[in-house]
Design a protein around this ligand. Structure first.
Ligand code: SRM
Ligand code: SF4
Length: 556
């Protein structure tokens, strides 16, 4: 591609001195709370975003004040697992430097918001002390590798989870910029140590996401990822992965060239070396064939559709030097989290805590943040985030279960988890206002209240125990994976949402737009009618998503 057609981010990347840019200078500039324009793009590769408080934008603008800049930092936590000590550290870092709210994301990690420029380094240094980092949590590289989170029913889960770490490590950029800029490490003497055969100096055309699903659970929404790996277990042994390519959930309002797409399964690969090779070469094909002119069309899904699924697969196979085997059999049976207590094959206990939209804070209803700190301080449980924005307190010994349970009871966590309705527990909302610069409508600040108005409708129609998946995003980027919900709301303007229906309960089918830009009254009217019809006419065990498709309310 000729230089002049490259998007401006491509130029920033190649001229960034391995992602250093002028970040150090930006940090020293006390006149503004922001970083320089090119550094704005580069800091994403270090796991952070520059934002401003959108609630205050207008008022500050009227007073001719600069925007109130702050930063969001997102950690890299492959498979979502951290130790109690790391939770304690995160709790205190959140209190010291951010808004104090810890946000569990849809990719099994945590983010902190509202960090001032001068506090970024202390934040990252404190995380580093706790052996946590934010390298490649954002940017045009492989992001946090996610993996089915559910309590290990079999010892194989450990073996498969280990791949999340291994893949994440293998696909990290080689640059040492993070250590130099944020942790004050000395500049490396020999730049050859930073040679990066995978990312070179241009990195990928766009973000890249990998998920590992362990059937029967599809809690990671494996088909919404650039690269989906579905673990295949035969005769009690993990034998390899089915490989799915080209998933992605974003679209842009008014741009028909953009669309959500489910990943397509292209075959099976077994054996550690071959598995790692296939993953690596999927990235190199995207690196070499992805669109570097238009970032709206740069995700892997568009490259797959450009080359054709077969064409893409052949290119991967040629680079690997071997062919994929035919995809193997598996079945997904659940996508939502398994709330409450579970025990694994080794006798260890797990408690899955419901955390509405992933926001860990103390509220009048539940002292979640305090409770989790107490559990962490007891040292009796590991912390595993789920891709549904919840938390599993895991690996709890039989002898420690009572102690953990007492803490959870004392601070209202068990009541909170048990009393939430099935639809609330199966809901997801993205961040949206007040920090997301791309939000057109509210999501996590609004969905809980909307659900409180939807619950009586479910009760009225006798379907309150139905676990309908309902997701809301403040724009069509799909961060809360609304295109994969049975009912998805996608913000179009403040207080307005496109309403999509007809996704299936397991994440195998995208939903379809049903109504344009409806407000709350419209949403509740539509749902009232739909629930009435569903309750009266559904087959037994038929899910809401399947029902609306059978009734041809939308066409897939
Ligand atoms: Fe996302 C951009 C939040 C998961 C698709 N996403 C953003 C930004 C960073 C806005 C921005 O670019 O400035 C949001 C920050 C808001 C804030 O204030 O924190 C943001 N995305 C999130 C999180 C925190 C939502 C949540 O509430 O949990 C999730 C963080 C995941 C993580 O830990 O890495 C999050 N984002 C997703 C997902 C879901 C997933 O990966 O399973 C998607 C859809 C899947 C996909 O990628 O196709 C998603 N986010 C996007 C996109 C659209 C990308 C595209 O293909 O065009 C953007 C915009 C962009 O990249 O230009 C975006
Ligand atoms: Fe922001 Fe849109 Fe993502 Fe929501 S879906 S966090 S509004 S980019």
């Amino acid at each position: 591609m000729s230089e002049k057609n490259l998007s401006h981010i491509e130029k920033i990347k190649t001229s960034s001195d391995a992602l250093r840019g002028t970040i150090k200078e930006s940090l020293l500039d006390e006149i503004t709370g922001a970083v320089r324009e090119q550094d704005h793009a580069l800091i994403k590769f270090h796991g952070m975003y520059e934002q401003d408080d959108r609630d205050l934008r207008e008022e500050r603008g009227q007073k001719k004040l600069d925007k109130l800049y702050s930063f969001m930092i997102r950690l890299r936590i492959p498979g979502g697992l951290i130790s109690p000590e790391q939770w304690i550290a995160s709790h205190h870092i959140a209190g010291d430097y951010s808004t104090g709210v810890i946000k569990i994301t849809t990719r099994q990690t945590i983010q902190l918001h509202g960090i001032l420029k001068r506090d970024i380094k202390p934040t990252l240094q404190d995380f580093n002390e706790a052996k946590l980092d934010s390298i490649a949590a954002c940017g045009d590289v492989n992001r946090n590798v996610i993996c089915s989170a559910h309590p290990a029913q079999s010892p194989l889960h450990k073996e498969i989870h280990a791949y999340a770490d291994k893949i994440s490590e293998a696909l990290l950029p080689k640059t040492k910029a993070y250590y130099e800029v944020w942790l004050d490490n000395e500049a490396i003497a020999d730049k050859k140590d930073e040679d990066d055969p995978l990312y070179q100096d241009r990195y990928l055309p766009r973000k890249f996401k990998i998920a590992i699903a362990i059937p029967p659970d599809n809690d990671v929404d494996v088909f919404g990822n650039d690269l989906g790996l579905i673990a295949i277990v035969e005769d009690g042994k993990f034998v390899g992965f089915n490989v799915a390519i080209g998933g992605g959930l974003s679209a842009t309002h008014g741009n028909p060239a953009t669309y959500p797409r489910l990943a397509t399964e292209i075959g099976f690969v077994g054996g550690d070396e071959k598995i790692m090779k296939v993953i690596y070469e999927v990235l190199t094909v995207q690196r070499d064939f992805g669109n570097r002119a238009d970032r709206k069309l740069a995700r892997l899904k568009y490259t797959v559709d450009k080359l054709g699924v077969e064409g893409f697969k052949k290119e991967v196979e040629a680079r690997c030097g071997f062919e994929l085997e035919p995809a193997r059999q598996y079945e997904f049976k659940q996508r939502s989290d398994h709330f409450g207590w579970q025990q694994n094959s080794e006798g260890l206990w797990y408690y899955t805590v419901f955390i509405e939209n992933g926001r860990v804070l103390d509220s009048e209803e539940v002292a979640m943040k305090t409770a989790l700190l107490k559990v962490a301080e007891s040292g009796k449980a590991q912390f595993r985030f789920t891709a549904n924005q919840n938390l599993i307190l895991g690996d709890i010994a039989e002898t420690d279960k009572t102690e953990v349970e007492e803490i959870l009871t004392e601070y209202g966590v068990i009541r909170h988890t048990e009393s939430a309705s099935p639809i609330r527990k199966a809901s997801i909302a993205c961040v949206a206002f007040n920090t997301c610069p791309l939000a057109l409508a509210e999501a996590q600040r609004y969905l809980p209240a909307l659900i409180s108005k939807i619950e009586p409708l479910l009760t009225k129609h006798g379907i309150k125990d139905d676990e309908i998946s309902l997701r809301m995003t403040g724009c069509p980027n799909g961060c809360g994976r609304s295109p994969l919900a049975e009912i998805g709301f996608i913000g179009t303007g403040y207080g307005l949402y496109n309403m999509h229906i007809g996704g299936d309960r397991l994440g195998n089918r995208l939903n379809v737009k049903y109504r344009d830009s409806v407000n709350e009254e419209g949403i509740l009217n539509e749902l009232d009618g739909l629930f009435e019809s569903y309750s009266a006419n559904r087959f037994s065990d038929e899910t809401f998503g399947d029902f609306v498709i059978r009734q041809k309310l939308v066409t897939v």
